[in-house]
Design a protein around this ligand. Structure first.
Ligand SMILES: NC(=O)c1ccc[n+]([C@@H]2O[C@H](COP(=O)([O-])OP(=O)(O)OC[C@H]3O[C@@H](n4cnc5c(N)ncnc54)[C@H](OP(=O)(O)O)[C@@H]3O)[C@@H](O)[C@H]2O)c1
Length: 214
């Protein structure tokens, strides 16, 4: 696949490196052309302007700090038909969501570029997890929830998830992206508070009650 990356920071580096290593053709863009070029060099990718990266990618990774996302999208152009992966966590102090209840950052992104096919993904884990080869724990690949409306777009992102050794899992349509954003706010708050967020859920056998009582 051809993958355009908007951003040359940590998430651009972590995910872009995985996909370049898997053989995808990657173009990196950023506000600092020197930083974008250095990152592109490291991963064996090309570099371009916001607009060039957006036009280049069948898939475009949006890896920008929340406050700058809509300015960058304006410069990137209409992203016609592109699969746009939104990884943004837009959090206010106290691990609260900046978006009002009932909506999501991803839906605001989709409204800004209505001809793109937005998929929310990769927002639940730290960049260092996305750098792992592969991201797996206790012998099991990390599950990556995806929320989006377009079946073909979801299938392309599923491929990219598998290419890095993870397992995609459907989180439903884009109107459920807010749940992924809220989940990130919850688990980041727990982790940074010193709790093990992974420990708050029982094994799947207990999802509908205790197995021994069924
Ligand atoms: N890091 C994580 O572990 C993690 C995990 C899940 C989700 N996320 C989400 O991923 C996104 C990227 O995070 P990151 O850790 O990669 O951040 P980062 O390392 O700070 O990189 C962010 C990118 O945004 C650019 N940027 C910042 N302000 C800008 C502006 N005013 N105009 C244009 N570009 C601007 C930066 O440019 P410069 O390089 O020039 O500063 C950089 O290319 C965020 O939305 C974050 O919530 C991060």
């Amino acid at each position: 696949m051809r993958i355009g990356i908007l951003g040359s920071g940590n998430m651009a580096d972590a995910l872009g490196t995985q996909w370049a290593r898997a053989g995808h053709d990657v173009m990196v863009s950023g506000r600092d052309p020197g930083r974008a070029a250095a990152l592109a060099d490291r991963m064996g990718a090309r570099t371009g302007t916001w607009r060039e990266a957006a036009d280049f990618g069948d898939v475009v990774l949006l890896a920008i700090r929340d406050h700058a996302v809509f300015d960058v999208l304006r410069e990137a152009g209409p992203l016609d038909g592109r699969v746009l992966i939104d990884v943004t966590n837009s959090l206010a102090p106290g691990f609260r969501l900046k978006e009002p209840a009932g909506t999501s950052f991803a839906e605001r992104v989709a409204a800004a570029v209505p001809r793109a096919r937005v998929v929310k993904a990769f927002n639940l884990c730290h960049e260092d997890v996305w750098r792992m080869t592969p991201p797996a724990f206790d012998g099991a690949p990390l599950a990556v929830p995806l929320a989006g409306d377009d079946a073909d777009a979801l299938a392309m992102v599923e491929t990219l998830v598998r290419d890095m050794g993870c397992e995609p899992v459907s989180a439903g349509p884009l109107d459920r992206a807010g749940l992924l954003e809220a989940a990130a706010a919850l688990v980041i708050g727990l982790w940074l508070g010193g709790a093990d967020a992974r420990a708050i859920l029982p094994p799947v056998e207990y999802a509908s009650g205790a197995p021994a009582r069924r």
